[in-house]
Design a binder for this molecule. Structure first.
Ligand code: SF4
Length: 273
């Protein structure tokens, strides 16, 4: 992942030399213009970026334009053309299991447990042959491992009974599996089958709201908002770009705005760059 951060930093100087839509948008901020004009009676001076950021409130509520969204995702793509998820897996089944195990756990923690597990149980049949007790032992370093072990065994049984041992390709069918919800279905559909789905985890939820790209009170609202604004050409990788952005740049407590590829577009009033 450090590679991705370095790559984003390296691209930043070239990205920032491009025309900046936000500079235009800041100078055109209606609140800034009318206030300045009414006091002096003269045409307002062009607002500097620093001035615009001080009065960030109007920007915070201003929806992104189509051109700004396209610009942001073009930058993500330029910095990281083929983003990858960090959950290790060998096939759709092991991806499904890894996602189910990742609820309230870190990808790194899940990977530590599944590396050995998937060597001996990479199909539903092998998972059942392994058995719940051994599975529990294999994943005991992951939070909620007892419940998760039960779910993995139950979903393996259901895959064999109802889907011929294969991971199904529809959201409803994946959501019918024990331990799998909407987010799991979206990750599997996107990563295993190339569908244009948007899985909203804590990082995507934060980035969607903070930037103003797709504000929403629930993950579903943010998911639908992102699907609405992101052009189709970016949707295959949009989920990973936003997750990686939230995980390594737009951190929850101390966002690294100074390293951010989209700082000039971001609507967050408290951004620091
Ligand atoms: S400018 Fe700061 S708050 Fe906005 S997206 Fe970038 S890192 Fe996040």
């Amino acid at each position: 992942m450090a590679k991705i951060i370095r790559s984003q930093r390296a691209k930043k100087s070239s990205v920032r030399s491009q025309p900046k839509p936000a500079a235009k948008q800041a100078s055109a901020g209606p609140a800034l213009k009318s206030k300045s004009a009414s006091k002096s009676g003269r045409a307002p001076k062009k607002a500097s970026k620093a001035t615009a950021l001080k009065g960030a409130k109007p920007l915070a509520n201003k929806p992104w334009t189509d051109a700004e969204v396209r610009e942001a995702f073009s930058r993500f793509r330029h910095a990281n053309p083929e983003p990858k998820g960090e959950l290790e897996h060998l096939n759709p089944f092991t991806l499904l299991v890894a996602v189910v195990l990742s609820a309230q756990a870190t990808d790194a923690g899940v990977n530590r447990a599944t590396r050995a597990l998937f060597q001996i149980a990479d199909t539903p049949q092998k998972m059942l042959a392994l058995g719940e007790d051994s599975l529990r032992e294999s994943i005991k370093t992951i939070g909620l491992y007892r419940t998760k072990a039960k779910n993995v065994i139950a979903l393996s049984k259901k895959l064999i009974a109802d889907f011929g041992g294969e991971v199904p390709r529809t959201r409803a069918e994946i959501e019918s599996l024990p331990g799998a919800g909407r987010k799991t279905a979206n990750v599997v559909l996107n990563m295993a089958f190339g569908e244009h789905t948007m899985a909203v985890d804590t990082h995507v939820f934060r980035v969607g709201n903070r930037t103003g790209l797709a504000p929403g009170k629930t993950p579903l609202e943010v998911e639908l908002g992102l699907e609405k604004v992101i052009p189709a050409e970016f949707m295959l990788h949009a989920h990973h770009w936003l997750i990686l952005h939230g995980r390594y740049t737009c951190l929850a407590r101390a966002p690294r705005c100074g390293l951010c590829l989209i700082s000039d577009l971001c609507r967050w009033p408290e951004k620091t760059a």
